[in-house]
Ligand binder design. Structure first.
Ligand code: PEP
Length: 259
């Protein structure tokens, strides 16, 4: 059985003080998180302080992006070593906002994945189709090719360190989540793609999240699916009550699945 993972992508929200306040609230609730891995991904400026605030709790911290080079003249970028240095163990790579607005490509995603894994950071790699691609019947083609590109050249022993976040672009920040059945269909295809790369046994160990307008009220629909192992959460990760509600719904759904 895969342990579910719920990650909060705070995007460009929260000052250091606000981030520490939210992280501290979550630490207080974290006795309830047993059985679910919880990761917070603050903006770079708040990572060190949030990592310090969650120290000693089961909550882990990640960056929202990283550069693949170890150091150099890359104004505005941060390296894997820098993220590790301030307490990260995870990093989001290939979020659709970075693909759409900041020139992220399948190639740069793959460079970043390989650099992160080599450094010991665990990537959460985002894949997902646009509304137009869905309407054109291209969802599987797009997602399968993004998964293959992200995992390109990654050996099996490192692939198991990765998490894939299936995030249909049309569902992100829109309040219009996918249905559980549609998300399951795509996540099952992601798993079969991983099986074609690494074999069925390894593919069964890699966690696949759903992301896109997840709320406490709809999380059960996703976490109850056989190929969905948690969520990457944007807006609803910005307050403790909603984020804890999503974690609780995940744990409840997983318990039901096990019965
Ligand atoms: C995201 O940005 O990864 C995301 C899923 O956002 P939201 O939950 O706000 O749709």
């Amino acid at each position: 059985m895969r342990t579910p993972i719920v990650a909060g992508n705070w995007k460009m929200h929260k000052t250091v003080g606000e981030g520490v306040a939210l992280a501290s609230e979550l630490v207080k609730a974290s006795a309830e998180f047993d059985g679910c891995k919880v990761v917070l991904c603050p903006p770079f400026t708040a990572v060190a302080a949030v990592a310090n605030a969650v120290k000693g709790s089961p909550i882990e911290v990640g960056g929202q992006d990283v550069h693949w080079e170890a150091k150099g003249a890359y104004t505005g970028e941060v390296s894997c070593e820098m993220l590790l240095d301030v307490g990260c163990s995870w990093v989001i790579i290939g979020h659709s906002e970075r693909r759409a607005m900041f020139g992220e490509t399948d190639d740069t995603v793959n460079f970043k994945v390989k650099a992160a894994l080599a450094s010991g950071l665990r990537p959460i790699v985002c894949v997902g189709e646009s509304l137009q691609q869905r309407e054109q019947g291209l969802t599987f083609d797009v997602v399968v090719s993004q998964v293959k590109a992200a995992f390109g050249g990654v050996p099996e022993d490192q692939a198991v360190q990765m998490v894939v976040a299936y995030e249909p672009i049309w569902a992100i920040g829109t309040g219009r989540a996918s249905s559980g059945a549609d998300a399951q269909e795509v996540c099952a295809r992601i798993r079969s793609t991983l099986a074609s790369l690494y074999g069925a046994i390894t593919a069964e160990t890699i966690r696949i999240q759903y992301g896109g307008s997840v709320k406490p009220g709809n999380m059960a629909e996703f976490a109850g699916q056989p190929d969905i192992d948690g969520a990457l959460v944007g807006g609803a990760s910005l307050n403790a009550q909603d984020f804890c509600g999503i974690i609780k719904a995940t744990l409840d759904a997983v318990k039901q699945r096990q019965q």
